[in-house]
Ligand binder design. Sequence first.
Ligand SMILES: Cc1ncc(COP(=O)(O)O)c(C=O)c1O
Length: 453
Amino acid sequence: MTTIAPQLELPPVDHVPRPYDGPPREELIAMRKQFTNPAVYTIYKEPLLIVEGHMQYLYDETGKRYLDLLAGIVTVSVGHCHPRFVKRVTQQVSTLQHATTIYLHPNFPMLAKKLASKMPPGLDVTYFTNSGSEANDLAIQMARLYTGHHDVIALRNAYHGGSPSAMGLTSHSTWKFPVGGDGHVHHAMNPDPYRSPFKGTPEEIASMSAADIRDLIRFSTPGKVAAFLAEPLQGVGGVTYGAPNYLKEAYAIVREFGGLCISDEVQTGFGRTGDHYWGFQNWDVVPDFVTMAKGLGNGVPIGAVTTRMEIAKSLTQRIHFNTFGNNPVSMAAGLAVLDIIDEDGLQENCRVLGARFKGGLRKLQKSHQLIGDVRGMGLMLGVELVRDRATKSPAKQETVDLMEALREMSVLVGKGGLDGNVLRIKPPMCITAADVDYALDVLDVGLGQVTRK
Ligand SMILES: Cc1ncc(COP(=O)(O)O)c(C=O)c1O
């Protein structure tokens, strides 16, 4: 496809990227091919080399600037190289990088205390890990230890990680290797009304989907479960979720059968959904565990499991140790992120700009048949592309073509959903109204180009 870049200009910025003096692109591609595991993939026909970041923008080796609407897969929360974040992490790196939790250090309990201040009462004890997969593994382990039950319910269309046990929780065949996994995980019907096989209002579909959990427990488990794990809005799945009654009904059923409820906030946490700090708060439920990662570190590796003390105690019956899990640098990153989200008003920015973005996407839906569904909250938005609005046939190739067209016009987005036909828009939480308007103009042009192709 040849695209003619129109006269659209990214909003101005006074940041000047440094000249790139690393190995050329072709050499990097060759090195990756020869020396790195071929499972590590790039997107775009011509892989993009990114060498610098500034807030909501990324720069390639030529100095070309891009509006980053994916944020390193929902990981850059406060902004690429946010100056106050850099200062606080640099201070920690130059003071003490690592010693482990066998000694005291202020950052570890300080971050745990700060997280407790952001949670509903009682959810105030945290264990830190390196990643979201580890956080989910650990939450499941604690749920099993505490309840004495083994079976776990997760949702279809979920992504909860790629470690051997988290892979069992994930429910897209694309991410599941045929090597065993956790046989005690059962995947319940997804409440997303757009693709549900159930018929009815979104609320009725939510109730029928929640009722499926009861059936699943009665048919496929010993009648007791350890846990129910769900994202409040499914990220990798393409920003899917049920009507507001879903999680409430689902949690009640799971608790009836002895299970604990885990909210995977790896993508939805820290104010991204706008109205609330945590995704679960949008659905008026209180989980027994909150797992998180990604945005908590703004790019520094970190994960965490927050739960109640009585549940956390289950982990004391043996030794559980994580070498890097509580290291002072990751903890400094977490402390800086939580402070900056408050200081810079980023949750409010997600609320206001998310509404502006979603409104603009809904307008585009009126003029572009390719857009089947627009959904999401705050700055966690999904645009499902379909070839035919009646059959909802996934527009897979068009999604790829659109991403290429957007890249040419300096906008980077992600894609998700089982068929890879949902644009994922989850920028750093610091984007501006001018960025949103630019992205909408570019999407309008790109959608036109893809449709005409
Ligand atoms: C909702 C959710 N949970 C868990 C994970 C796994 O996190 P990690 O890649 O840090 O292991 C991801 C990663 O994309 C995620 O989106």
